[in-house]
Design a protein. Structure first.
Length: 497
């Protein structure tokens, strides 16, 4: 695990879409970029463009107004790096070039009109950056278009774009059966969906709202859309719910997204058809998409070889150099005794990078009140906007973090439902070892180096150099004993010679 040692900067992305105009200002450090400011206006730029071939008059007024607002905010916050892009509505409308000139004047920054392939590739780059070892097809459903792109070995390959967004497809008075047939005919022309049996990574507000709806229907314990997984049964449940007239279901849909309520039935149809035509085994939700792809595209040359998870934790927690060094040393200090279980093929069920991530929370609780320290540290670990971590790994890191701050920590939520007993035991062992390392060293990397931890002859053994014997206190002895109990071992302190 490498300390960050990279400067922080800001990049703003302005995304002029068919439905909405959004600006996100990211704090950027290393491979991490976290939103500092995020504003969206449902301008409706592409309303009616499929019939008239022209942008909505009201939509243009709304979009130009919000772009002038964004320009003032960017100037007020002194954001120098601005990447502005426009997508399907602007590139397909007859009056797109005229609107683009007005938009550039309103924003006071250049705006790039993306091709369909550009849009697909950038969305896929965002997904590849936000999900560890993603491999499959990325589908990004926007207001006017649906983009597909392939990801293999973390690299984005081929891409295609289809005018399959709700603004391009929905017709007044058309029934769902005929709409489904039209969607199916268009999707069957996709060359990328012809390769069966991979994962489908979904991007776009309407599809994310469907995942949120599914979470509500199934009472899923972690309300975190990024890396949420859905199988064939889940897709069927979503489709049935979005086509239902049941008022209770409609209320759940409104709770998932009031602003997109009218398009969720269509989003359900196109997700179902995409899933079945592509022969996918699983759907994975990505909160990273086009805008994150734009940022990564600008940073890629300086971030190769870094881990977005570790960088994003450093950035979110604002870890200083001393805290990063302690986390790094603690990670190596615990490795001799932490032994993640293996699957049938000998692969570790929890990667060492996840252990490294847990260690980064070991020196973050001091700022919290002692009565709430464990719960607050747990929540930060569980719900922070981190990349490259799935829900099981989040639950694991959070439980380890809670245990680091409270010996008998019990989560307030039912998140341990996501973890098998072997994961729960391992997470508590990690937390107890972090707790021991922190009290022995005073959270100093240099002091921690004066000891080592190992398992020997049925005991959890803490070895300390004779000249550092004064570091051994009753608290150290007690926490060593507590940790040993979780390993079903005795505890022992001896000289490191």
């Amino acid at each position: 695990m490498k300390p960050l040692h990279l400067s922080k900067t800001q990049i703003a992305v302005v995304d002029i879409g068919s439905n909405s105009v959004r600006m996100v200002i990211y704090n950027v450090s290393g491979r991490a970029f976290l939103p500092h400011y995020n504003e969206r206006v449902m301008a409706g730029l592409g309303l009616g463009v499929a019939e008239t071939k022209r942008l909505s008059v009201t939509g243009k007024e709304n979009a130009l107004r919000v772009l002038r607002r964004f320009s003032a905010i960017l100037q007020g916050l002194s954001v120098e790096q601005v990447k502005a892009v426009a997508t399907a509505a602007v590139r397909t409308a007859e009056d797109g070039p005229e609107f683009l000139a007005d938009a550039i004047a309103a924003l006071s920054h250049p705006i790039e009109v993306l091709t369909g392939s550009d849009e697909a590739l950038l969305s896929a780059k965002g997904v590849a950056e936000g999900l560890h070892e993603a491999a499959g097809i990325v589908g990004d459903l926007g207001g006017s278009s649906l983009e597909f792109a392939t990801i293999e070995n973390g690299q984005v390959a081929s891409a295609e774009s289809h005018l399959l967004g709700p603004l391009a497809m929905l017709r007044a008075g058309e029934g769902s059966t005929e709409l489904r047939k039209r969607v199916r005919r268009k999707l069957e022309k996709s060359s990328l969906l012809s390769e069966q049996g991979r994962k489908l990574y979904i991007v776009g507000g309407a599809w994310r709202a469907l995942a949120k709806l599914h979470m509500g229907l199934t009472k899923y314990p972690l309300q975190q859309l990024h890396a949420y997984r859905m199988n064939a049964s889940a897709i069927s449940l979503i489709h049935e719910a979005t086509q239902s007239d049941d008022p209770v279901i409609r209320q759940r849909m409104a709770k998932a997204s009031q602003k997109r309520l009218d398009v969720l039935p269509y989003a359900g149809i196109i997700l179902s058809e995409t899933f079945h035509i592509g022969g996918f085994e699983e759907v994975v939700v990505s909160s990273h998409g086009l805008r994150e792809g734009v940022v990564f595209d600008a940073l890629e040359h300086i971030t190769n070889g870094r881990d977005a998870l570790l960088d994003s934790i450093c950035l979110y927690l604002d870890l200083n150099d001393s805290q990063q060094r302690f986390a790094n040393e603690l990670f190596h200090w615990m490795l001799p005794v932490i032994r993640p279980p293996e699957d049938l093929f000998g692969e570790r069920l929890i990667e060492t990078r996840i252990l490294a991530a847990a260690c980064m929370f070991a020196d973050t609780g001091a700022r919290f009140h002692p009565d709430h320290r464990a719960d607050m540290a747990y929540d930060h670990a569980l719900r922070g906007p981190y990349a490259n971590i799935d829900h099981l790994e989040r639950a694991f890191v959070a439980l380890a973090t809670g245990t680091r701050y409270a010996r008998n920590f019990e989560p307030r939520s039912a998140l341990t439902e996501l973890l098998d007993k072997q994961y729960v035991k391992l997470a508590r062992q990690v937390g107890a070892v972090m707790r021991l390392g922190a009290v022995y060293s005073g959270r100093s990397a240099d002091v921690l180096k004066t000891s080592k931890l190992e398992i020997s002859q049925g005991a959890l053994v803490l070895r300390v150099h004779t000249q550092n014997a004064d570091m051994l206190s009753s608290d150290v002895e007690r926490r060593l004993g507590n940790a040993a109990d979780l390993f079903d071992l005795k505890s022992h302190i001896t000289d490191w010679s």
